[in-house]
Design a protein around this ligand. Structure first.
Ligand code: BV8
Ligand code: ZN
Length: 288
């Protein structure tokens, strides 16, 4: 396992199909709490227990307050240097500087905060002089998006960046913000409702036991990848945790960017490169 940046850049230059797998650590410097950080609890609830269809069925008021808090945090956050470094890699002209012509790069993120997409749209707007609204093809948000909302009755889906999805959630957030432990019990009819049919809305994210987005395209990229960057993830959630092992198994190169490295023996990922430290520092330094 090497931490030699020159050797990594040499390996990157000889790669053609490059993927990056990102997790919550990528957004940590932007003020977005990670899932398993030291205080990995939200109002005394384990986030992993809240990110399930069962939790939503049982207590939609609690789950909506959990996601509403995260929406507010993400709305007030900005992409950090690691988001920007990956956004530069998504730009073919920039990628050609780091890797041979015809190389391609795809970011596969587990994060739902939208910061990687925002970073890429900023970079492309600067290059092209106008901001594109469409989702860039070089980023797959495999666990969905915090700012998408889906109707549980008619399945209507829309993207919504309003700071307040409904008065009840905004009032609750204000009232509970100082008291970290309490949650209001918002009646169903006051939770976010569908403009089309009045049905109950849910966050447009992939919960545990739900199928991640774009899996067919992602597995095809994983199967072809000869270089895989693993950035800010504990590698605990499947199927994302298996992508780097798959690249390694078929002879590709794996580079891990994390503040710590204590791999789960079950996933026996033995990376070729390990860059310990905050990715918002290590990624730009190693790439450029
Ligand atoms: C599915 C969206 C099938 C919601 C999330 C096989 C074995 C075992 C279990 C399973 C299995 N296959 C499936 C499962 C079940 C489950 C699973 O993996 N369970 C685990 C927990 C045991 N997987 C699923 O249910 C998946 N679905 O497989 O469906 C299917 C197929 C067909 C049809 C129907 C069904 C769906 C999983 C998606 C769950 N949704 N998010 C939300 O966000 O609220 S997952 C959630 O955890 C987030 O997306 C998060 O990103 C993700 C993983 O966590 P990390 O990103 O890694 O974050 P974490 O806090 O853990 O770690 C942060 C890391 O960053 C740390 O390493 C830290 O050191 C580092 N760090 C911190 N700061 C920095 C840093 N690094 C660098 N720089 C820094 N500054
Ligand atoms: Zn509806």
């Amino acid at each position: 396992m090497s931490s030699d940046a020159d050797a990594f850049r040499t390996a990157l230059r000889s790669s053609k199909n490059i993927i990056a797998i990102a997790g919550a650590g990528l957004s940590a410097a932007s003020g977005i709490p990670t899932f398993r950080s030291a205080n990995g609890l939200w109002r005394n609830h384990d986030p992993v227990q809240l990110a399930t269809p069962q939790a939503f069925d049982k207590n939609p008021s609690l789950v909506w307050q959990f996601y509403n808090t995260r929406r507010t945090t993400a709305l007030n956050a900005s992409p950090n240097a690691a988001h920007m470094a990956l956004a530069m890699l998504c730009c073919p002209d920039m990628l050609q500087v780091l890797a041979p012509s015809q190389a391609n790069f795809t970011l596969i993120t587990q994060n739902i905060d939208g910061l990687s997409t925002r970073a890429l749209k900023d970079v492309l707007a600067k290059r092209d002089g106008e901001r594109q609204d469409s989702q860039p093809s070089m980023i797959y948000e495999m666990h969905g998006r915090l700012f998408d909302i889906i109707c549980t009755t008619c399945s209507h889906i829309e993207t919504n960046y309003d700071p307040s999805l409904c008065p009840a959630l905004s009032e609750t957030q204000q009232n509970c913000s100082n008291d970290k432990n309490t949650c209001a019990d918002i009646p169903l009819e006051l939770l976010p409702r569908c403009a089309k049919c009045g049905g109950l809305l849910r966050p447009g994210v992939v919960w545990f036991d739900e199928k991640p987005r774009h899996l067919t395209q992602i597995w095809s990229l994983v199967d072809k990848a000869d270089m895989c960057l693993v950035i800010g993830t504990s590698n605990t959630v499947q199927p994302a945790a298996g992508f780097a092992c798959e690249v390694k198994d078929h002879g590709g190169t794996v580079a891990v960017f994390n503040v710590e490295w204590n791999p789960d023996p079950e996933f026996d990922l033995n990376p070729d490169f390990l860059f310990l430290g905050p990715c918002e520092e290590t990624l730009p330094k190693v790439l450029f």
